[in-house]
Design a protein around this ligand. Structure first.
Ligand code: ADP
Ligand code: MG
Length: 155
């Protein structure tokens, strides 16, 4: 995928409460404006990368890019699970991400347990890959600092 690594940011909006938080795997949703800007070569599936909320620290993340059943599968969604435990929700804050690499295509599961197992596998895979030295450069990327400065200066 030519467009990787892909940098983007946007406000965290409410998803459709599919209970991801109850599964222990909350996913922060981007608004349509961010999703609509995705380059065409970034296909649906599971990705890994780096993320930060507001001016916070940069953490590893896994992202699902997929078709949103709520819109009868006509609308893509981008949902980011940050591999970090936050004390509170951060709806309305700016989420900055760099999508680094692809893990696997989307698929459906025949049970909740197999879905959770697959997501936990994705998280382990993301950690393994992001711990490679070549990916630390992106974690340190100016994008995340620019983001922080822009937010603090109000633009
Ligand atoms: P929704 O359907 O509104 O997206 P979720 O159950 O998927 O609800 O929970 C997502 C929300 O949980 C995020 O918008 C964010 O405010 C919060 N959250 C807390 N910790 C995390 C995390 N580690 N990764 C992603 N979101 C988190
Ligand atoms: Mg969600």
């Amino acid at each position: 995928m030519k467009s990787l690594p892909y940098f983007c940011r946007g406000e965290v909006v409410r998803g459709f409460g599919r209970g991801s938080k109850e599964l222990g795997i909350p996913t922060a949703n981007f608004p349509d404006s961010v999703v609509d800007n995705l380059p065409a070569d970034i296909c649906t599936g599971i990705y890994y990368g780096w993320a930060c909320v507001g001016t916070g620290d940069v953490h590893r993340m896994v992202m699902s890019i997929g078709w949103n059943p709520y819109y009868k599968n006509t609308k893509k969604s981008m949902e980011t699970h940050i591999i970090h435990t936050y004390k509170e929700d951060f709806y309305g804050e700016v989420l900055s991400v760099v999508v680094v690499g692809y893990v696997r295509p989307e698929k459906s599961f025949d049970s909740l347990d197999s879905l959770i197992a697959a997501i936990n596998n994705d998280i382990e895979e993301a950690k393994r890959r992001l711990d490679l030295p070549e990916h630390n450069k992106l974690r340190e990327d100016n994008f995340f600092r620019t983001s922080a400065n822009q937010i603090m200066n109000g633009h």
